[in-house]
Design a protein around this ligand. Structure first.
Ligand code: TMP
Length: 241
């Protein structure tokens, strides 16, 4: 597989073409932003850790029958992925109230929700990725009913698997953001895409409630690098080459 030109550069990742029209390379950067790019910084070796963490979680989900865009990790910062067109909806899954949900609804951070809550956000930087309702996605054609139904069913399984995986290493999966895409080779097939990492999840130590995720950067809590390293260490993915 030969790496070709850069096709897209986002805030935390870049996508490169390959000599195979159905495969891309996803490159993980150390750049960190928050509040839609208003706050900027870098987190040393974040890209390396997020590549390791995402690779492991995608592999686990693949093994339980969730189709993903992930093919294999290539090196420290790159992974081979199947080409997809991203559905322009961010799917946020919440098990515990925190972040924007707590702020918007006045619910204390840390309150366990009686069941997982699914939220949809429209991926549009110019609008700051607004919270939308399901019907907006349908009426504006961002996703079809069949795609949303598929995503909702997949999310239930993904959430069960991820909650269990993190609980096993002493981490509470508070909330996280998922993205899905349509395969270039068969657009009728939706797959899990993007990343699942401490950038896109809230991960709290089960015993101490210490935050082991990007909130340490967003909220200037310090110990950002150490938190990412701790997640990788508990997942057994640190130190791999
Ligand atoms: P929120 O509480 O700020 O809405 O975030 C919910 C979850 O989604 C949290 O785990 C962080 C993740 N997230 C992203 O991955 N990207 C984003 O742009 C935002 C706003 C949140």
């Amino acid at each position: 597989m030969e790496k070709r030109e850069k096709l897209y550069e986002g805030k935390a990742k870049a996508i490169f073409a390959t000599d195979d029209p159905n495969h891309f390379i996803q490159y993980f950067k150390d750049d960190a932003t928050a509040f839609n790019g208003v706050k900027k910084g870098t987190i040393a070796d974040k890209g390396v850790i997020n590549n390791l963490v995402t690779s492991k979680l995608m592999t686990i989900l693949d093994a339980v029958g969730i189709p993903t865009h992930f093919v294999q990790r290539l090196n420290d910062r790159e992974q081979l992925i199947r080409k997809v067109s991203i559905i322009p909806i961010e799917v946020v899954v919440r098990n515990v109230a925190a972040g924007s949900m707590s702020k918007r609804l006045g619910v204390p951070e840390g309150q366990q929700l009686p069941r997982p809550v699914l939220e949809f956000y429209y991926k549009a930087d110019a609008l700051d990725d607004p919270l939308i309702i399901r019907d907006h996605a349908l009426v504006f054609g961002w996703a079809t009913e069949a795609e949303l139904a598929w995503i909702e069913a997949a999310v239930k399984r993904i959430n069960d698997v991820l909650i269990g995986f993190f609980a096993n290493i002493g981490i509470r999966l508070v909330d996280y953001k998922l993205e899905f895409g349509r395969l270039a080779s068969d657009p009728s097939q939706v797959v899990l895409a993007d990343e699942i990492s401490p950038d896109t999840c809230r991960l709290w130590d089960f015993v101490t409630n210490e935050k082991l995720d990007k909130d340490r950067f967003r909220r200037d809590l310090g110990g950002v690098v150490e938190a990412y390293q701790e997640v990788a260490r508990r997942m057994g993915v640190s130190g791999e080459s």
